[in-house]
Design a protein around this ligand. Structure first.
Ligand code: UD1
Ligand code: MG
Length: 482
């Protein structure tokens, strides 16, 4: 389908008063993206001339989202309604004959639905084609009033419905295809005859119909696609649908998701076949997971890249880190940004990593902080090891070679290097480099004093005992203690 006579117009200037927010409505997020971003992306496959976004409230932030997606913006100020927004967009439409017009707050619409709308519009030789939907609860939406089975006479906003019209359950999605040379004269007739004193684009429908122009309404196959986000509850409903679609797509691609309704996955996340995702997991950002991995309950992965057969045990938090094939982390591990765990490396419970590379097969199983560290292959980092990488002003690196054994409760005061095959004695505070195959030991030498404790006990037993208090007093004291 060639659409080089068509421009997309997204109306995204409104504040969104009903959200009760300092953030403009279209900047709110659902399904892992801002509302306006979803809509710009949905328009892409139409391959129109361009996508024009009408901006107003927090125009700069909206532009910062849509311009990288190759949309152009036009400023509507003040915001005098959807009809006014369309008039503001007029100068940016160039030689387009058709416009697909979308609100900035109905982000679930799919490209195939928009394509079908344009096809119906062209085939019907229409002046306007409305994407409508039949909803069990149509309240809050403008209703589609039909004059015949195929033709529409008007859209009536909720606030202007007659009692009979209130029962109409076919609603206006606010997504339309217009033939522009017909729309402009009709819009010129529209008056701000409503309590908000706004120019409603919906009123152009009655004007077109009154002139005898063809106005069609195409009912969306999946009514969820047209859900608008006017309130926080709407946002939650829309988010729920996006998340469900994403999980279903992954399950179709061979991923097991247990209790799927508890799992939250962002749109760009990729997961390989036969990976198991347990309940209450969150996979966010650009996380990429290989095949046959297990992500156990409660773990949150953001921009993480996992190879195949990786296990993330329960309640791990992973950000911007790479875990190669066969790595096992957790439970309760925290990986802050920029770690790379090479194949077969293991991180145990209560281990925190930042900017750290661990070589193949290297382990840090218990209670450690490893920051700005490079650790070779097949090394063992004992329980409670800490890299002291920060002196209050700067960060310093720690370098640990291959097959190194770091005893428990070691403090590595960076910058410091431990050579291949070296040993560090448990409880050491290492401030100097340790040579390859050497032993680093840095702790006070132990002194044993035979019989010291027994002697001490005898001394304490002979010390005068404190005088006993009178019975009455002690009873009162014991009462008070209760
Ligand atoms: C609109 C429709 C209603 C439809 C519903 C579907 C009108 C008058 N009503 O109502 O028939 O059922 O969508 O969700 O169009 N905007 C501007 N400039 C303005 C005013 C609004 O750009 O001056 C933008 C808003 O940012 C929003 C979109 O237009 O993205 C729709 O506005 P909104 O206030 O959400 O309209 P609804 O009351 O939902
Ligand atoms: Mg709306």
């Amino acid at each position: 389908m060639s659409n080089n006579d068509l421009t997309n117009v997204i109306l995204a200037a409104g504040k969104g008063t009903r959200l009760k927010s300092s953030l403009a409505k279209v900047l709110h997020r659902a399904g892992g993206r801002t509302l306006v971003e979803h809509i710009v992306r949905a328009c892409g496959p139409l391959k129109g001339r361009e996508t024009v976004v009408v901006v107003g409230h927090q125009a700069e932030q909206v532009a910062a989202i849509v311009e990288p997606l190759e949309a152009v913006t036009v400023l509507q100020h003040p915001q005098n309604g959807t009809g006014h927004a369309m008039l503001v967009a007029k100068r940016s439409l160039g030689r387009a004959k058709l416009a697909v017009v979308l609100p900035g707050d109905a982000p679930l619409v799919r490209p195939e639905t928009l394509k079908a709308l344009v096809t119906a519009h062209r085939n019907g030789n229409a002046a306007a084609t409305i994407l409508s939907a039949v909803l069990a609860d149509p309240s809050g939406y403008g209703r589609v009033v039909r004059k015949s089975e195929t033709a529409v006479s008007a859209i009536v906003e909720e606030s202007q419905l007659t009692d009979e019209q209130r029962d109409i359950n076919e609603i206006n999605s606010a997504i339309y295809c217009f033939t522009l040379e017909k729309l402009w004269p009709a819009l010129a007739h529209v008056k701000p005859n409503n309590k908000h004193r706004e120019l409603y684009l919906t009123d152009a429908i009655a004007a077109l119909s009154a002139k005898g122009e063809t106005v069609l309404a195409q009912v969306a196959a999946d009514s969820r696609e047209v859900l608008g986000c006017n309130t926080r509850a709407d946002l939650a409903d829309v988010d729920r649908v996006f998340r469900e679609w994403k999980r279903n797509a992954l399950m179709d691609a061979g991923v097991t998701i247990q209790l799927p309704e508890t799992v939250l996955i962002d749109p760009d996340v990729v997961v390989g076949e036969d990976t198991i995702i347990e309940p209450t997991v969150q996979l966010l950002g650009k996380t990429k997971i290989g095949a046959r991995c297990t992500i156990r309950t409660g773990s949150v992965l953001t921009d993480a890249v996992l190879g195949d057969e990786v296990t993330v045990e329960a309640h791990c938090v992973v950000a911007e880190s790479r875990l190669d094939d066969g790595v096992i982390i957790g439970p309760f591990a925290r990986l802050r940004p920029n770690n790379h765990l090479k194949a077969g490396a293991r991180i145990g419970n209560f281990v925190e990593l930042k900017k750290t590379t661990m070589g193949e097969g290297t382990k840090a199983m218990h209670l450690s902080y490893l920051g700005d560290a490079k650790i070779g292959a097949k090394s063992n980092v004992g329980a409670g090891t800490i890299t002291c990488n920060y002196d209050g002003f700067h960060k310093y690196p720690t370098s640990i070679g291959n097959k190194v054994f770091i005893g428990s409760d070691t403090a590595l005061v960076a910058p410091v290097r431990v050579g291949d095959g070296a040993y560090i004695a448990a409880g050491s505070t290492i401030t100097e480099n340790v040579p390859s195959d050497g032993l680093g030991i840095a702790r006070g030498r132990q002194v044993n004093k035979p019989g010291w404790a027994a002697k001490k006990r005898r001394e304490l037993a002979t010390v005068e005992k404190p005088k006993r208090t009178s019975k009455r007093k002690s009873r009162r004291t014991s009462k008070r203690r209760k």
